[in-house]
Design a binder for this molecule. Structure first.
Ligand code: NDP
Ligand code: GDR
Length: 338
């Protein structure tokens, strides 16, 4: 029998790559779609199948991590073999503006899902999308035993979800795992995260549509990997014999300034001529340096990253240049708000 999976956050960057991976492995994928006044399925439209067709490999269901009853009903009806909880208010800067909402969706949403598994009485395995943001001020390299010191409402909510996942594993013997993923990017990265904001700007500046790029702290150090490789690690965690928690990272550090330099260089531009500082992009509390040690994932899951942050910058710049060219040749360019 083909396996089935339920993915929350299926319309996001990781959800789209994970869906491709699982469909490629023969899974039937169910996605939790939250209601939006405009279409929010752009990243998975290429996988869409007519709802009237029999035997579809991708099925979307309206629900929300804020709605615990909907989650119980969904799990009871679908009885998936695996659940991937990728849904979240995932923007760190925004979490300072919306701390309660972030706590509710990114934190309590996980408990609603874990309780829904219990309430529906199904036998399943669950992956929780934990984050390097939980480490906050802890100095690098960070690994599974590094103590958490989150620096944002988002980081605090992820710590709550992390420990809730561990607690359901210990209390109810649930196969529940945390993937502690460091920053991972791709051409499908949300446009307001710093890497994608930079690579989109390179394309737009080259095309004469934008002159300046406004950014905040350029000194932050991050460990940037390639998202399609990271979703493979998620899947491997749920195939393991025993549930555990794993850091997923490249182990290579780069500053925002270095990424900026490489991305502009890939587009044939000098970032110093275009980048301006805007304090609105600074955070009330910053995470200075995140660099992960993924030795456990390599030893136990056989997972190893391949794409370096420099290659990633070039992949993203090329993709944004091509996407903009296609947009310009076909339709009007929408107003860019930076
Ligand atoms: P995205 O921001 O691209 O996607 C977030 C997803 O969550 C979207 O599908 C979004 O739906 C959905 N979502 C938001 N609010 C709700 C809600 N109330 N109910 C249900 N779904 C909701 O994130 P990524 O794909 O980059 O990340 C996936 C997960 O991994 C997130 O939990 C993130 O916090 C975590 N993570 C990400 C890392 C990274 O570097 N990318 C690193 C470590 C952890 P919609 O499309 O409608 O907005
Ligand atoms: P992060 O990613 O906060 O690490 O969270 P983001 O790309 O938002 O910021 C990375 C670093 O860049 C600095 N920065 C800016 N950031 C943004 N977004 N916009 C700017 O203009 C800007 N200028 C400088 C930030 O201060 C920060 O230091 C991401 C998210 O995907 C989380 O969901 C995930 O958990 C973590 O990665 C791991």
């Amino acid at each position: 029998m083909a396996k089935s999976a339920l993915i929350t956050g299926i319309t996001g960057q990781d959800g789209s790559y994970l869906t491709e991976l699982l469909i490629g492995k023969g899974y039937t994928v169910h996605g939790l779609l939250r209601r939006s006044s405009s279409f929010n399925t752009g990243r998975i439209d290429h996988l869409y199948e007519d709802p009237h067709d029999e035997g579809r490999s991708l099925v979307l269901h309206h629900a929300d991590l804020a709605d615990g009853v909907a989650l119980v009903n969904l799990l009871r009806d679908l009885r998936p073999d695996e659940v991937y909880n990728l849904g979240a208010q995932s923007h760190v800067r925004v979490s300072f503006d919306s701390p309660l909402y972030t706590g509710d969706v990114t934190g309590m949403g996980t408990v609603r899902l874990l309780e829904a598994i219990r309430a529906s009485g199904i036998d399943t395995r669950i992956y929780q999308a934990s984050s390097s943001e939980m480490f906050g001020t802890a100095p690098p390299p960070q690994h599974e035993a590094t103590p958490f010191h989150p620096r944002s409402p988002y980081g605090c909510a992820k710590v709550f979800s992390y420990w809730s996942t561990v607690n359901y594993r210990e209390a109810y013997d649930l196969f529940a795992v945390n993937g502690i993923l460091f920053n991972h990017e791709s051409p499908r990265r949300g446009e307001t995260f710093v890497t994608r904001k930079i690579t989109r700007a390179v394309a737009r500046i080259r095309a004469g549509l934008q002159r300046h790029l406004y950014l905040g702290n350029l000194d932050a150090v991050r460990d940037w990997g390639y998202a399609p490789e990271y979703v493979e690690a998620m899947w491997r965690m749920l195939q393991a014999d025993e549930p555990g928690d794993y850091v997923v990272a490249t182990g290579v550090a780069a500053t925002v300034r270095e990424f900026l330099h490489e991305a502009f260089r890939a587009g044939g531009l000098d970032w110093r001529e275009h980048v301006r500082f805007d304090p609105k992009y600074q955070r009330p509390a910053e995470v200075d340096a995140l660099v992960g040690d993924a030795a456990k994932a390599e030893a136990e899951l056989g997972w190893k990253p391949r794409v370096t942050w420099g290659e990633l910058a070039r992949i993203m710049v090329e993709a944004d240049i091509s996407a903009l060219a296609a947009e310009l040749s076909g339709e009007a360019v929408r107003v860019d708000r930076g």
